[in-house]
Write a protein that binds this ligand. Structure first.
Ligand SMILES: [Zn+2]
Length: 311
């Protein structure tokens, strides 16, 4: 039982990561955008003029990421909006590609994607597509927070954590730096899955926006893929943390380490040592919390270990 309680307490460390999504105004905008798009009644995928949108599939489950490819000759500029949120487009092998990430806070249902483009002749072109997001049905669990844990969740510490993390993911390489499937960052069994919602004294709280690996103190933590370190420091809740920019708005983060082996600005290859498993920050037992950001969504990193949206 002791181990279970430890893990639950540690999971709360993901709180700052999810707070931005719980902003009520943002939630309402997202909802409004979805309601608006349901009225369009457009087909599953449609193209107008000489530009088209292609999705890998018509449906995804919360936590998954889908690549959206724009095709058409002579496109000078393009802007993609999904559910009211702009999805940045990047040039990959001569095509424009955007990554649409989802998480437990992405409302299940239909998301309308609208592309507006201008070709080299100055003509304005549009295309639209629809994506269905399925409920991840991640489940919930009851969590009891100790007074020590509550002290770590002071508004000042949460604000500091959020500010530092936001700085680390503000800028991304326009070039894709990753290649192939992502590695599991430690050799260890998963102790806590993605997306589970914590219930505190009957009140619904945050979602587990990452995965936990059970591993001994000192176990090497390795870069899941190639990228550049944008944060390597000690934060109040995440403890010793490393954040890696993999390009195109894709970041991975490694939390609660006992020591760090990289510095900010350093380029890392897939498998490079980042630090060692520990229990720093809001954690009462050694484990690695591993998370992934795509755009503004906290996606499930395990999907990227099996089949990345852009291999
Ligand atoms: Zn965790």
């Amino acid at each position: 039982m002791g181990v279970v309680r430890r893990r639950r307490a540690a999971d709360r460390s993901t709180l700052p990561v999810g707070i931005a999504w719980r902003n009520p105004a943002r939630g309402l905008r997202w909802l409004a955008a979805l309601v608006a798009c349901l009225c369009f009644g457009s087909p599953a995928a449609a193209a107008a003029g000489r530009v088209a949108l292609a999705l890998e599939g018509p449906e995804i489950t919360q936590g998954e990421t889908v690549a959206v490819t724009v095709s058409g000759p002579g496109i000078a500029s393009a802007r993609l909006v999904a559910g009211g949120r702009e999805i940045p487009l990047y040039r990959v092998s001569g095509r424009l590609v955007g990554l649409l990430g989802t998480d437990p806070l992405t409302r299940p249902g239909s998301v309308h994607l609208v592309l507006t483009a201008v070709d080299e002749a100055g003509r304005r072109l549009t295309a639209a597509a629809r994506l269905r997001v399925r409920d991840g049905r991640f489940g919930a669990r009851n969590v009891t927070l100790s007074p020590d844990t509550m002290r770590l969740l002071s508004p000042q510490k949460v604000a500091e954590e959020r500010r530092r993390f936001a700085e680390a993911v503000r800028r991304t390489s326009a070039r894709r730096l990753w290649q192939g499937p992502f590695l599991h960052p430690v050799a260890g069994a998963l102790s806590s899955g993605y997306g589970v919602r914590s219930i505190y004294s009957g009140r619904p709280g945050g979602y587990h926006l990452g995965v936990d690996y059970a591993a001994d103190d000192g176990t090497p933590v390795r870069a899941a893929n190639r990228g550049r370190v944008t944060l390597a420091d000690r934060l109040p809740l995440s403890g010793n943390i490393v954040v890696i920019d993999h390009g195109m708005g894709v970041f991975t983060s490694y939390h609660h380490m006992s020591s760090l082996a990289v510095r900010e600005g350093q380029e890392v290859a897939r498998g490079d040592l980042l630090g060692h498993v520990g229990s720093t920050g809001l954690s009462t037992g050694p484990h690695l919390h591993w998370a992934m950001l795509v755009g503004q969504a906290r996606v499930n990193p395990l999907h990227w270990t099996r089949r990345p949206p852009l291999p």
